[in-house]
Structure formats: C-alpha cells, structure tokens
Design a protein around this ligand. Sequence first.
Ligand SMILES: [Ca+2]
Ligand SMILES: [Ca+2]
Length: 193
Amino acid sequence: MIKIILSLLMTVGFCSAETFNFDFTQSNPWAAVDGQSAYSLQYSPGYSITLNALPSGKTLDQTSAGIGIGPLQPDEIQNGEFLQVSFTPPATLNSATVDKLYLTWLDNDQGAYQVNGKGNWITFNGNSSGTLTLDIGSEVESITFRANPVGILSPSDYALKGMQVSVPDGGVTLMLLGGALVGLATLRRKFNA
Ligand SMILES: [Ca+2]
Ligand SMILES: [Ca+2]
C-alpha cells in the first residue's frame, strides 16, 4: 500500500511541468536582443534560453512581429540567415509560432526548421494570415530556423513570433515528495499503533 501511494505521488511529481510562453513581439524583455549576435535570458531558476544570429556577422532584431535577423531587412529571416534558439538545459518545446509568412499573389513564403542541429530540415509554408504555429512536442537543445529560397517576386521571409516550452516543475515535485513523506510517517504511526 505504501509503495503504491509513494509511486503514485512520485509519478505525479515527475510528470508535472511548468509552461512558459515566450512572446517575442513584446519589447520587454526582447528588445534587448537588438544588434546582438547572441542573447541569453534566464526564464526560470536554472533554465535559460539563448538566441543566436547565424552565420557570423548577422544580428538579432526585435519588432512587433517578433524576432528577425539583420543587418539586411532585420525584421525578418531571409535565405542565408539563421535564427537558432537554444535551451539550457534542454526543454520540451511544445510549439513555435512564426509571423509574416504569407501565401498571397505576391508572396510564396516557405521556411524550415531543424532540431538539435542535425537531421532533416522540416519545411512549412505561408498562408493568407501570415501566422503559423508549428507543433514540435519534443525535448530540444536547440531549434534553428531558416527561409527557403522560393518565391520569385518576393523571396521567403518571416519572423519568429513566439514559443511555448515546458520544464519539470521542481517546486511541485518537492511539494509532492514532501507530502509523500508526511503520508508515510502517518501510515507508519497507524501501523505501529
Ligand atoms: Ca533579414
Ligand atoms: Ca514574408
């Protein structure tokens, strides 16, 4: 019985997660990336996110649409520009949202992302609203965004609008472990009585 209670509590504890929504359209705190090649922010004790503009010589730029890569057309990511987002330690990336990724008579924007710096680039296509949420749903060390060289009248370009990540909730885990220990002590008292 005690084992069952404890294992149940442990499972709940280790499964619980804290979720963070990064809204790159907000100047606070993201305007601080402007003109930097890399920018790190601690979003929870022991957890940080780092934005990198690649290759060398490129810079980060924040606008009301999100984060793009400069110095050329800094509000968006174009072909030859890469925006890499890293998580230390790795975090569960639930989703990433892009903006200004259009499919119109003028635009045929196409982007792609690669997880953990290896494997296939996964492409995604524009739509009439320009906004698209990509479901990732895996633990990532890094995710890199690029714009594919398609679109004749207007080459692909877009901004990274936001991200949602989850990390294990240390506070809840500790609370539940504490609760389990109190429960064990209570049960032991009952059995010994
Ligand atoms: Ca650009
Ligand atoms: Ca675009």
